[in-house]
Design a protein around this ligand. Structure first.
Ligand code: PBG
Length: 355
């Protein structure tokens, strides 16, 4: 028996796509509906929660240094760079707290290793490669991401090779392939190109496959914006002072989101296994569009400046650190991210564990 689709039969009427245009009657009307009923009890709030955050969603970005011990990063309270002697204990604790993977970034105090040809990036014995081997020997089940970009090794602080003030795309891509191969050889699980050169994902995939590294994953920093929120990171890796000019000729313009979809589409075509949006909190709209458009594993990078903002306000007593950190991370999940790179991963994982 066909149900007549009249105006009186609002629940059966196909609703227009835009939620704002939905007939209010179809969603219930006062006094029958009281939105606060589901919010009354902790159990019912838990039951109807749409987004959830788990330690499983976190990737911890970790800075490594040549010197033994630890050194602090001034603009990132609570974040330290680890020497290879202290790295394993810290990584072990993160694994213990349920964090699936960490992402390595090298700090080079020694300017002698920063050159115009960025040769150290592809040195199989460089700091990152040694850190990867150590991690894989001691904590084989902890995932390891390696950043693929030339900036820590570049005397000019750029992610690409520079000639006459221009960033050379294709020459840089060749170096990035060599850097990825050194990292794969060392045993990393994921190479994560953060450089924003054109065509690098396809070239890296081909290079890895030809060398027998079919199982090494690629996480593409696909929609990476030219952002001032990276400030504290550049101090942490020691590339800030070196940077000549800015990164606007390769990183994306903060005004654009259609362009982000195109970047993601290209990286997927070229073989990316996961894509990333970066920075995070000011770009949640981009996370949502990417997730909706492609439905692929979408990571978001809660970058150094975002971390620094919350820590600074918390140190002043202006914000409640624990609450704003957890709320921010949940916001990424609500926006559609599958995983979050965050310096707050260890503290968040501990809190999630404690319940
Ligand atoms: C460099 C790189 C940057 C970050 C990750 N990889 C900085 C940049 O592009 O200048 C930023 C991370 C952060 O701010 O936390 N390839």
């Amino acid at each position: 028996m066909a149900t007549p689709k009249t105006k009186d039969n609002l629940f059966l009427r196909r609703l227009p796509e835009r939620p704002a245009a939905r007939a209010p009657e179809a969603l219930g009307a006062y006094p029958q509906v009281r939105m606060r009923r589901n919010r009354t009890d902790a159990w019912s709030r838990r039951l109807v929660a749409e987004a959830r955050l788990a330690a499983d969603d976190l990737v911890w970005p970790v800075f490594v240094q040549e010197a033994p011990g630890e050194s602090a990063v001034a603009a990132m309270p609570g974040v330290v760079r680890y020497g290879l002697d202290t790295l394993i204990e810290a990584a072990g604790q993160a694994a213990e707290a349920g964090i699936p993977a960490l992402a390595l970034f090298p700090y080079y105090a020694d300017d002698a290793l920063k050159t115009a040809d960025c040769a150290e990036a592809a040195n199989p014995e460089n700091l990152v490669c040694r850190a990867v081997r150590l991690l894989k020997e001691n904590l084989p089940d902890l995932g390891v991401f390696c950043d693929v970009a030339l900036d820590p090794y570049n005397s000019l602080g750029h992610d690409g090779l520079v000639a006459d003030g221009c960033i050379l795309n294709d020459e840089t891509v060749e170096m990035l392939v060599r850097q990825s191969l050194a990292q794969a050889e060392a045993g990393c699980d994921v190479v994560a190109p953060s450089d924003m050169m054109d065509g690098r994902i396809g070239a890296i995939r081909e290079g890895l496959d030809q060398a027998g590294f079919q199982d090494v994953k690629i996480c593409a920093y696909s929609a990476k914006y030219a952002s001032a929120f990276y400030g504290p990171f550049r101090e942490a890796v020691g590339s800030g002072g070196a940077l000549v000019g800015d990164k606007k000729t390769y990183q994306m313009d903060p005004a654009n989101t259609d362009e982000a979809l195109r970047e993601v589409a290209l990286d997927l075509q070229e073989g990316a296994d996961m894509v990333m949006v970066k920075p995070g909190l000011p770009y949640l709209d981009v996370v949502r569009r990417v997730k909706d458009a492609f439905g692929v594993p979408t990571l978001v990078y809660n970058v150094s400046g975002e971390y620094a903002m919350l820590k600074a306000a918390a140190q002043q007593g202006w914000l409640d650190n624990d609450k704003v950190v957890m709320e921010s991370l949940l916001a990424f999940k609500r926006a559609g991210a599958d995983a979050i790179l965050t310096y707050a991963a260890p503290e968040a994982a501990e809190r999630l564990k404690a319940g």
